[in-house]
Design a protein around this ligand. Structure first.
Ligand SMILES: *[C@@H]1O[C@H](CO)[C@@H](O)[C@H](O)[C@H]1NC(C)=O
Ligand SMILES: *[C@@H]1O[C@H](CO)[C@@H](O)[C@H](O)[C@H]1NC(C)=O
Ligand SMILES: *[C@@H]1O[C@H](CO)[C@@H](O)[C@H](O)[C@H]1NC(C)=O
Ligand SMILES: *[C@@H]1O[C@H](CO)[C@@H](O)[C@H](O)[C@H]1NC(C)=O
Ligand SMILES: *[C@@H]1O[C@H](CO)[C@@H](O)[C@H](O)[C@H]1NC(C)=O
Length: 274
């Protein structure tokens, strides 16, 4: 595996919480979350594993979300200044992009939402991050990124742009994901509290290993002059669970940065009770 891309300096602010949480992996996470409404029926077909969708959970958070639809997430995130002070470890920056499926009833309790993220495009040069993701059962496509080492870049026209493209082709085609966004003048249909909820659901790729990955929205990374910015734009992609290229225009989301915390190792997922 090789990629022409080399790491460049990132514009991200340093990890503000490493000293406070020495026994956990921490870092700066900066990028975009877009919400793509898709038919619930389609979501049920796309989501591997047949997990039930906790529709009441997302309706309680988004009362006016269109009937019969499900909020799929598109994430394009840059991990920066990753540290594990207890082991005197730091990990090079990397970027990942994925389609993610929140509000799944992994535990079978009928109300605790979990989020599925089982396929990602990830910075090809960061072998450590790629093996780390594989340890969670995630399928990783090593990728080239634009921008190479940030969550997004200016498009020169008042908006932001991101793309990830697999280094290798699969069955003659590249896997890819792009996000083009412009600032949204009004409050978007998905408040930042909603983003906070979905990004803090325990994430999993398969039913045996879970990642209690937490985003902290209360650090300097999420405060002026770095307030979350509501955006609207276009997402395109060819990545699992989709088997053909997709384009969604006029979707809404946020450009934002947070601090993150992650356990050192994968945790066992709760067993479905049924
Ligand atoms: C997030 O990334 C953007 C684009 O690189 C940058 O302009 C911004 O300063 C970053 N925010 C933080 C808090 O690092
Ligand atoms: C931590 O790592 C740095 C860089 O590798 C090294 O210079 C330093 O001595 C290490 N500190 C401890 C306490 O091991
Ligand atoms: C999930 O992924 C982990 C890590 O690759 C693997 O050890 C485990 O067997 C997988 N479990 C299932 C149910 O596929
Ligand atoms: C997200 O919201 C749902 C519905 O209110 C709630 O059950 C869940 O605990 C929240 N999850 C997080 C991580 O905030
Ligand atoms: C920030 O949020 C985290 C997680 O929600 C919480 O554990 C921590 O105490 C908060 N820190 C401050 C300074 O409020």
């Amino acid at each position: 595996m090789s990629s022409a891309q080399s790491a460049s300096a990132s514009l991200d602010q340093p990890n503000p919480i490493a000293a406070q949480y020495p026994d956990l992996v921490s870092g700066t996470l900066n990028g975009t979350t877009m919400i793509v409404p898709i038919a619930l029926e389609l979501a049920r077909q796309l989501i591997p594993g047949g997990y039930a969708i906790l529709e009441q959970s997302f309706r309680s958070l988004l009362p006016s979300f269109p009937a019969g639809m499900y909020p799929m997430m598109v994430s394009a995130k840059h991990d920066h200044d990753i540290q594990l002070p207890a082991y005197n470890l730091s990990i090079p920056d990397f970027t990942r992009a994925a389609f993610e499926f929140p509000f799944l009833d992994l535990s079978g309790d009928g109300h605790t939402p979990y989020r599925l993220q089982d396929t990602v495009l990830m910075t090809a040069s960061n072998q450590g991050a790629i093996s780390g993701a594989a340890g969670y059962g995630i399928k990783v496509y090593p990728a080239d990124l634009d921008p190479p080492n940030d969550g997004y870049r200016s498009d020169g026209n008042g908006g932001n742009y991101f793309s990830a493209t697999s280094v290798e082709q699969v069955d003659g085609v590249s896997k890819f994901l792009t996000v083009a966004s412009t600032p949204c003048a009004r409050e978007p249909p998905y408040p930042i509290e909603f983003i906070k909820n979905i990004t803090n659901q325990v994430v999993f790729a398969n039913s045996s290993v879970c990642d209690n990955y937490q985003l902290l929205f209360n650090t300097s990374l999420t405060a002026p002059p770095f307030e979350p910015q509501p955006v609207t734009g276009t997402v395109t992609g060819l990545l699992e669970p989709f088997t053909t290229p997709q384009t969604w225009t006029g979707v809404f989301g946020w450009n934002y940065a947070t601090a993150f915390l992650e356990p050192i190792a994968p945790q066992a997922c709760p067993k479905a009770s049924s």
